[in-house]
Design a protein around this ligand. Structure first.
Ligand SMILES: [Zn+2]
Length: 373
């Protein structure tokens, strides 16, 4: 993820932090200082945020380690001010596996809250936790606050609103009795309904809740589109959707020529060396290099480590390769030569054409039925 720094590696997974987290940390430290509460209160407030994000990292690690049990790698974990994000290379296919991966995160917070409550009970502070009173929340000691926040994290995450953990559990339960795409449709609609409630409630209660509502609404919509996309691309071979007319560049071609070719609408180019495929030139990287006084030749900006896909790979595999590498287009190779180019756009256009053909066929079918009657 852009603008994120690596802060460490846990169980073989890189953990990143987004720069906006520093803003939040600044806010947590500065507000007690500005309120005249002194440096100790400011330090406690900062430490609280760090401890809270520690709990969120462990939550994400719960998802990641459960996914690993089912052979799914986690690419990285990123901490954003709105929470954590564990990027799995793919979602589990079996509903039971998806359910377990989704539950593993909140389960970690249940354990943390349990341990903290044990500590509080020993210290005689459990009574303060039980006398829930939102107004005195900020005056509560550190451990009581941390316990409460962990409990809230569990309750909030388990709301059945896709893409939150509870929504994934809900989808997995539905998928045990109906097709996956339909289960996603239902779960996404329920998620969007709850998002509208968050938004409306948020207007009266807090703007953060309203923002979460907006976020959940669009994320649920994306989940549904992705599921639809996956259902449509299932089993389709790469060659069916690739662009077979495209420009290639040689490593020794001047970059000016690449810029000129980009005006035809092609953004990314296979790069050849003596007719043999060696890598890709990505238009976005070329444009990014312009203000820096760009290099002169294609070879200097070529990414040489792009393996490409085979014609027989399915679009599902291609999309998985795109999401793990973060690349929007990949070359399709046939015997070391570039047979075509696949991009998200070419896949979208292919699907649109197929949908059109399918609806034309249905219309023709109806016409025939009418004649027969
Ligand atoms: Zn989670």
């Amino acid at each position: 993820m852009n603008w994120s720094w690596k802060i460490g590696r846990l169980a073989g997974i890189d953990v990143y932090i987004h720069w906006t987290f520093l803003l939040l940390l600044g806010l947590f430290v500065m507000s007690p200082l500005l309120g005249g509460e002194g440096p100790v209160a400011a330090l406690t407030s900062g430490l609280f945020l760090v401890a809270l994000f520690g709990c969120i990292v462990l939550h994400e690690l719960g998802h990641a380690l459960m996914a690993r049990r089912f052979g799914i790698r986690t690419l990285d974990i990123t901490l954003l001010p709105i929470g954590g994000l564990a990027r799995l290379e793919r979602l589990p296919k079996k509903p039971l596996h998806e359910l377990l991966v989704a539950v593993a995160g909140p389960a970690v917070n249940v354990v943390i809250a349990g341990v903290l409550m044990g500590v509080l009970a020993l210290a005689g502070g459990l009574g303060r936790l039980l006398s829930l009173n939102a107004e005195s929340f900020l005056g509560w000691p550190f451990l009581v606050q941390l316990t409460t926040v962990n409990i809230l994290l569990v309750l909030f995450n388990m709301l059945p609103a896709l893409p939150m953990d509870g929504g994934r559990v809900f989808r997995a339960l539905l998928a045990m009795t109906m097709p996956y795409t339909k289960a996603t449709r239902v779960a996404a609609l329920v998620g969007q309904g709850m998002a509208v409630l968050f938004f409306l409630g948020g207007i009266f209660i807090s703007w953060t809740l309203a923002l979460v509502g907006l976020f959940v609404y669009f994320a649920a919509q994306r989940e549904w589109q992705m599921a639809q996309f996956e259902a449509e691309t299932e089993g389709v071979p790469a060659y069916a959707a690739m662009a077979s007319r495209f420009y290639s560049l040689d490593t020794r071609t001047p970059l000016d020529e690449a810029l000129e070719l980009m005006r035809t609408g092609q953004n990314d180019f296979p790069v050849l060396d003596g007719g043999r495929y060696v890598g890709m030139l990505y238009g976005r990287e070329l444009l990014d290099s312009l203000p820096l006084g760009r290099p002169a030749l294609v070879g200097e900006l070529t990414r040489f480590n792009i393996p490409g896909v085979s014609e027989r790979d399915t679009l599902e595999e291609v999309l998985a390769a795109m999401s793990t590498t973060g690349l929007e287009s990949l070359p399709v190779l046939r015997g070391g030569k570039v047979a075509g180019l696949l991009s998200l756009d070419s896949i979208r256009l292919f699907l649109a054409a197929r949908r059109r053909a399918a609806s034309a066929a249905t219309a023709a079918g109806k016409e025939c039925e009418r004649h027969a009657a």
